[in-house]
Ligand binder design. Sequence first.
Ligand code: SAH
Ligand code: SF4
Ligand code: F3S
Length: 440
Amino acid sequence: MKKVFLETFGCQMNVSDSERVASTLVSRGYQITDSQADADVVLINTCSVREKAEQKLYSEVGRIRHSGRMKPVVGVLGCVAQLEGETLFDKIEGVDLVIGTRAVGRVADALESVFKGEQVADLGERERDYNWYVSEEQRHSPYVAFVPIIEGCNKFCTYCIVPFSRGREVSLPADEIVRQVLEFRDQGVKEIHLIGQNVNSYRPVTEVGLEGFAGKTPFSRLLRAVSATGIERIKFNTSFPRDFHDDIVDAIEENENLCNWVHLPVQSGSDLILKAMKRLHSIDRYKRKVDRIRNSKRDIALTTDIIVGFPGETRKDFDQTVELFEYCKYDSAYIFKYSPRFGTPSYKMADDVSHEEKSARFAELEKVQRRLQAESLSRYNGKTLSVLAEKRSAKSYLDLFGHSTCHRVVNFSCGTEFLGKIVNVRITQAKSNSLYGEVV
Ligand code: SAH
Ligand code: SF4
Ligand code: F3S
C-alpha cells in the first residue's frame, strides 16, 4: 500500500480540498500518513495569496528532496499549481505532478500516470467535479465539517490573486448542500462551516432546495434552509461587504443554530484606497452594516481582514483605518502588509509605501487592535458561553479547548469524555486571544 503525506497551506477551501483528496486517495487504495519521511508520495496543497506563501513551497520541496531515505513522488496542488502550471517542473527541481484547483478531483488518476514514469500537469480544462466526497476519517475534525457552498471569485479586487487561481464563482446547488449537512449531522458533526471566498454572493442556478425558505437574498434563504436541518451549529465565512444584506442578521436572530459570528473583511478604512482596491463598498455603507450587526439583540462577534501599505496609502488614509477600528471594535482582525502579486492589477501600481512604513503601520494597528480586543473580550468575564469541546490542549491532560458560538477559542478543565460535546463554560479569565473558564 502506497503512503501519502499531504500538507496544506492557505484558506479553508484548501483544507476542504485536501480532505477530499485524502478521501479519494484512500478509496483508491492509498494510505494517508503523518510522517513525511515514510511517504511514497508527498502532496503539497498550496496558497498563493501572499508572497511568503509561495516562497514556502519552494523551500518545502527543497527540504523534502534532501530529507527522507527515499525520494518520494512530489506533487504540487492548489493555487500555485493552477497559476504556474507545468512551468513548476522547470522552476522547482524534483516536482513530478502539478494539479490545479479545478483538477483536484483527478489526483488519483494523475498519480497512476506518474507511477508509470510520466510527469503530469493537470489544470482541469473541464468544470470542477463536485461528485466527490469527504470520509469521516479524513475530516480535519470529527466534530466540525466544512461545506463549500460557492467556489471561485468574480470580484477582482486589484491586489488579489484568488480570481485567477480559483476561477469564476460557481454556487453549489442548495439541495446538495442540505444533503451534505444532513449526512454530517447523522455522523455526529456538531458544527458546520459554510465556506467560500464570498459566501453571501451565493447564487445557485436553480431554486431546488430553497423552496419554502423566505429571505431577501439566496444566501439568507440558504441559511434558513440549512438551519432547518437542525444541526447544532452553523458558521459561515467569508462575507463580502457589498453583498452583506441585513437579512443575514435577521436570519441569525431568528435561528439559534446560526452562530453569532460575522467575518466581514473591510481591507481599508479609507474610501480612496477602497476605490483603488476596487472593493465595491464605501466606509459609510460598511458602517451601516456594522451598525446592524452591533445593534442585534444577539451578541454577534465581528471580525475582519485589513491590508496596510496598499499603493498610495498615505498617513491620512491609514489614520482612517485606525478610526474605523475604533468604531467597529472588532473582536479580532487579521492584519496583512500589502504584497504585490504578479498578474494582479495592482502589481502595475507603484508599491510606494516603504517596507519600514508598512511594518510601522502594521505594528501600530496591531497595538490598537490589542487594546480594543482586550476591552471587548473582557465583556465575557463571568459570563457562560456554549463551547464545543474539540481537542485536548497541549498543556495538560485535563485541559480541553474548543470554540464558542462566537468563534472564540475557550480553554477549560474537564474530562476527555466531554470531547465532541457542547458544554457550558463560565469564563474566569480573558487573555489577548483566548478565554479560560470552568464547566458549569
Ligand atoms: N475573499 C476574502 C479573502 C480572500 S484572501 C475577502 O474578500 O475578503 C484573505 C486575505 O488576504 C484578504 O482578506 C486580504 O486581507 C489578504 N490579501 C489578499 N491579497 C493580498 C495581497 N496582495 N497583499 C496582502 N494581503 C492580501
Ligand atoms: Fe480576493 Fe476580493 Fe475575491 Fe476576496 S473578494 S477573494 S479579496 S478578489
Ligand atoms: Fe490561498 Fe488559494 Fe485560498 S490563494 S487563500 S489557498 S483560494
